[in-house]
Write a protein that binds this ligand. Structure first.
Ligand code: F0G
Length: 464
């Protein structure tokens, strides 16, 4: 593979290339992020989607069963014998008409991509199988990440199942939901809780990985993002290869949006799609760096010449004000997204937009998603809340076909869910009130009755 796949600096003036057997976090020459790029002419990838459909009949082959690796011709960096898979990517695209009504879209217009159905309960497994594959190629023995919870759960799970590497995870103190922390602990990861938040942990883990030579699986790792491209392939597959009008995705460290942009650029180049959908990236208003830079301060990819001064000035402001990210959507509680520039490139390619939504909007949208079945965690609901906002603004049309990515499972953060539906005002205030969530418009409250058969029957008849 080493002669048809390589790593390349994303900054066009630099464009330095590296082999795929190198483990790098950034370009050695200019410090920008790296892409995995392919010599498509020599690789001769499939020109027709039916090639991938044929793999369905060979589901007893793990590489055809995996929702990531059945598309491996579109991420051809690894020899088949090095591929690591635990059956990730068995996810679902579901038409959600009740939620469509809430978002103000026509029936059939809203589709929810349930990435919470992955083995560790979030989209991260798509990328983790690709990162583990690369780690296996280079013989790495330990892997690390900083995490708001899902990357760490995924890393710990892959380590526990494959026994390929030892997991070291960095988390901010008090910044991770119990569902996610419980996964990392139970799967046996070395868990390092530092006195700080995700942005601090992200900086430290890069320093530590460099010093100790530990393989880093955060989304600065370009191989991880190759795996995340397959979320878009599966969306297209579920739509019988018809391109939707919009992909709406929560924005945290901006790995997903970056990988989706790359996926669509490549599919267009390969002639597998004719048009590229628009991407909407939704920040939490308490962690809104991308929205601030892109929508308020006019930062653009600018064909590879972004105005870095805008970013530096914003970071200096955050420091001066000591402003830290703060949102109930702990998964996206991030102020310094590491994939900012790749994400700007994706926004340029897809004619994308960025919005911010409040914790209240996310929790209400989450309740609506849950009421429609399956459910999601707070950060994932940013996509639905964002679609509603864009629909109300008229940016998304009533007849558009919109795919919202539900990035994490509903059971990841039961505290937030129970607090929303509770009758206990103290519990509500403690978890949600402190985040500015004032009401629970879609609460499904438990009915309390005495332990008395007649009373129980009366209550059921009254409420059902
Ligand atoms: N949704 C969920 C459920 C997440 O866990 C994350 C990121 C995002 C959205 C944001 O995705 O970074 O690609 O923009 N979680 C990371 C973690 C940061 O450590 O688990 P992104």
């Amino acid at each position: 593979m080493s002669d048809v796949a390589f790593q390349r600096c994303i900054s066009p003036p630099c464009g330095e290339s590296y082999g795929i057997y190198e483990s790098l976090l950034s370009c050695k020459k200019c410090g920008h992020l790296l892409d995995v790029v392919y010599d498509w002419e020599r690789l001769q990838p499939p020109t027709d989607w039916s090639y991938f459909e044929q793999k369905w009949s060979r589901r007893n082959d793990p590489l055809c069963f995996s929702g990531v690796w059945r598309f491996r011709d579109l991420l051809p960096f690894a020899p088949p014998e090095k591929i690591v898979t635990i059956g990730e990517g068995q996810t679902l695209l579901q038409k959600a008409d009740e939620v469509a009504k809430y978002v103000n879209l026509n029936a059939g217009g809203l589709l929810l991509q349930y990435e919470g159905m992955n083995p560790s309960g979030s989209f991260k497994d798509n990328g983790m199988s690709a990162a583990f594959t690369h780690a296996q190629m280079i013989g790495a023995k330990r892997a690390a990440c900083a995490s708001t919870g899902n990357t760490s759960a995924s890393l710990a799970l892959y380590c526990a199942i494959t026994r390929q590497m030892r997991a070291v995870i960095f988390i901010g103190s008090g910044k991770i939901s119990y569902g996610k922390l419980s996964q990392a602990l139970e799967y046996g990861a070395l868990t390092v809780q530092i006195a700080g938040d995700f942005d601090d942990a992200m900086q430290r883990v890069q320093e530590v990985s460099r010093q100790l030579g530990i393989y880093l699986v955060n989304s600065v790792n370009p191989f991880r993002l190759e795996g995340q491209k397959t979320i878009m392939y599966r969306v297209l597959e579920a739509l019988r290869w018809e391109v939707p009008d919009w992909i709406v995705v929560p924005g945290g460290n901006l790995g997903n949006s970056s990988s989706f942009g790359k996926a669509f650029a490549e599919l267009k180049e390969l002639g597998l799609i004719e048009r590229i959908p628009r991407i909407a990236i939704i920040n939490a208003s308490g962690a809104n760096t991308l929205w601030e830079l892109f929508e308020q301060r006019g930062l653009r990819w600018n064909s590879g010449q972004p105005d870095k001064g805008i970013v530096d000035a914003y970071h200096a402001e955050l420091d001066a004000l000591q402003r830290r990210a703060s949102t109930i959507a702990s998964a996206i509680e991030i102020n310094r997204p590491v994939n900012l520039y790749k994400c700007l490139r994706a926004l340029e390619l897809t004619d994308g937009v960025v919005r911010e939504v409040s914790d209240q909007e996310m929790m209400d949208a989450k309740a609506q998603v849950g009421a429609g079945g399956y459910g999601c965690e707070p950060a994932s609901a940013a996509s639905v809340a964002g679609a509603k906002l864009l629909r109300n603004e008229g940016v998304i049309g009533a007849g558009d076909r919109v795919v919202c990515i539900l990035t994490g499972h509903q059971l990841k953060d039961p505290d937030a869910t129970v607090a929303y539906h509770t009758t206990d005002q103290d519990k509500f205030n403690q978890v949600l009130g402190s985040r500015g969530v004032k009401r629970a418009a879609f609460a499904n409250r438990a009915v309390t009755v005495s332990n008395d058969l007649e009373e129980i029957i009366k209550a059921i008849q009254l409420y059902s």
